[in-house]
Design a protein around this ligand. Structure first.
Ligand SMILES: [Zn+2]
Length: 559
């Protein structure tokens, strides 16, 4: 990708996918770009260079601010026809009062040769058959909505115009200037952009309804390609196509953030339905689903939750004496660890995969650095452990590539259990144990909420005078625990973690006891694993069953 193209990277679903070239269908090659801000020479120069190298594109779609406040001279050359855009260019309207005058007709018009303003809102279908829905401006903060803004009514009308068609399945492309609020939920990090605070709720609502295959936005001067998300609920609705949200930076930005995105697309109307709904490996839950239901606030929020967790967070580290500034630290900028060889066990180990002591019949999946095994005497037949193949004592000791695979297993298990109507609870006890075991125990979704699970842990910890501290979301254990210090933590499926630094004695079965308690799984008789031991043939049968069911989610079988 490097050669000359720099920040231009092919969007997923282009390179290497034989399906496109094999069928000779109406493949469109598109470019999408972030805020041009009037830098027409910069964007068109780039487009020319790309076309010279990679062939012709059909269309350039611009989201965000096409005009800036300082670009009069550059624009004049295009407006008068002295210069011409090298590609049919489609732009969204003004996002502020200053640039309104560039867009004389709210229903859309040609601004210059080859440069078209799409209009305030609507659907554009060119001869390609692609359906492009668009919404100009930013979300109105007042009534009546200013000319550069959209209101609830605009969004409702745009939705109606599409959703009223009985065969509506979604649109190919959605163009908006603002990001949709909460787009980062269930997703990879959007870097410095806080998706819970930025962007428009109306855009989220629009995207949730229109189900675009690609959704482009800008205005935040940031590039963010979200993992694709589902438009259906697993096992409850028939599979639908996924949405890829891509936010682009501003043209010619000095920090070399990506502002131009190339992709090829076949209209969904001419796609094989099975191909259309294919779910990529890295698909996530729909970020707006929660938003649409707007879950009622949990009955009695825990007081600990309301306080910024970081207040006590860094006190954990008594050796350091003074508190470190916590802002930013918790944003996940932890340095990747150097790869290092796993230490060798000093004696026989039950969990080193290479060791003769391992109960191989319990192993259900083997990756590159980690493996999964059913827990011996598990709390339930699908109680599973994530274990490093090599001898590591705790997550704090893991090198980045092992940690990465742990994360992959967590994601796969999460999805697997979700498909079975369960959510998992994970815990680690780094105390009196030689080899890291991440205990993963599924709990039926209809039995209790994540909040219930959290409350049960906090309540039972209090009873036993165990101090459980909430760790900021997305921060990792390595930030609170020094290598070698004993600890216990539990991680909920929401990513929230409760951490206890073990200073004296700690009940070995604590995590399991809480889950087995009446408040949760209500199987107190199974709290002790020794009382759950099964015969070897039964264990082997459970492992076989797990392996078989987990197969569709097991990346280790495909990678
Ligand atoms: Zn070991």
């Amino acid at each position: 990708m490097g050669v000359g193209l720099l920040r231009l990277r092919w969007g997923r679903g282009w390179a290497g996918q034989g399906r496109v070239s094999r069928s000779y269908r109406a493949v469109s090659r598109r470019l999408a770009c972030g805020d041009v801000e009037g830098r027409l020479e910069a964007i068109f120069g780039r487009v020319r260079a790309i076309q010279a190298k990679s062939g012709r594109f059909d269309m350039l779609l611009c989201v965000g601010n096409f005009f800036g406040s300082t670009s009069e001279a550059e624009w004049a050359e295009y407006r008068t026809g002295a210069k011409k855009a090298p590609i049919p260019t489609f732009v969204l309207g003004a996002n502020n009062q200053d640039t309104l005058n560039y867009f004389p007709d709210v229903s859309g018009c040609e601004l210059a040769e080859n440069i078209t303003y799409l209009g305030r809102r609507g659907v554009y279908s060119g001869c390609s058959g692609l359906q492009i829905a668009y919404l100009s401006g930013t979300e109105a903060q007042e009534q009546p909505a200013p000319a550069h803004s959209f209101s609830t009514k605009d969004v409702a009308e745009l939705k109606m115009s599409l959703l009223s068609s009985p065969n509506f399945r979604g649109v190919d492309i959605l163009l908006t200037s603002p990001w949709p609020r909460d787009v980062g939920t269930f997703a990879n990090s959007a870097g410095e952009i806080d998706t819970k605070k930025c962007g428009s709720k109306l855009v989220s609502d629009l995207a949730a309804s229109l189900k675009p295959r690609y959704h482009f936005a800008a205005l935040e001067k940031a590039y963010y390609e979200r993992l694709p998300y589902r438009n259906h609920m697993v096992l409850q609705e028939t599979p639908q196509h996924v949405t890829r949200f891509i936010a682009l930076a501003d043209v010619g930005n000095t920090s070399k953030k990506k502002y131009l995105y190339a992709f090829s697309i076949v209209p969904m109307s001419s796609m094989d339905p099975a191909e259309l709904v294919k779910q990529p490996q890295d698909v996530t839950e729909n970020p707006y689903r929660k938003l649409r239901k707007e879950a009622p606030k949990s009955k009695a929020p825990l007081s600990a939750e309301e306080e910024p967790a970081c207040q006590f967070f860094f006190d954990l580290n008594k050796h350091q004496g003074k508190k470190r500034p916590s802002e930013g630290k918790e944003r996940g900028d932890s340095q990747p660890k150097q790869a290092k060889k796993p230490p060798q066990p000093t004696g026989p180990c039950w969990f080193c995969l290479a060791s003769p002591e391992v109960e191989k019949h319990l192993v259900v999946s083997i990756g590159t650095h980690c493996y999964l095994a059913l827990a011996k005497g598990g709390l339930s037949p699908d109680h599973v452990l994530i274990l490093p193949i090599g001898h590591y004592q705790s997550v704090v000791d893991l090198s980045s590539e092992v940690l990465e695979e742990v994360t992959k297993y967590k994601a796969a298990l999460k999805e697997f259990f979700r498909s079975k109507g369960k959510r998992y609870v994970l815990f680690e006890r780094n105390y009196r144990s030689q080899h890291l075991q991440l205990q993963v125990i599924p709990v039926p979704l209809d039995l209790c909420t994540s909040e219930d699970i959290k409350e049960a842990f906090i309540a039972q910890a209090q009873e036993q005078q165990i101090e459980l501290l909430e760790i900021p979301e997305h921060s990792d254990i390595a930030q609170v625990a020094q290598p070698g210090t004993p600890y216990f933590y539990v991680e909920l499926d929401t990513g929230e973690k409760l951490f206890h630094r073990i200073r004296g004695r700690f009940p070995l079965q604590f995590g399991r006891e809480v889950l087995a308690s009446e408040a949760l799984l209500a199987q107190p008789q199974r709290a002790d694993w020794r009382q759950c031991a099964a015969q070897r043939p039964e264990e082997a049968a459970q492992a076989r069953a797990f392996r078989h069911e987990f197969e569709p989610f097991d990346f280790s079988l495909r990678d």
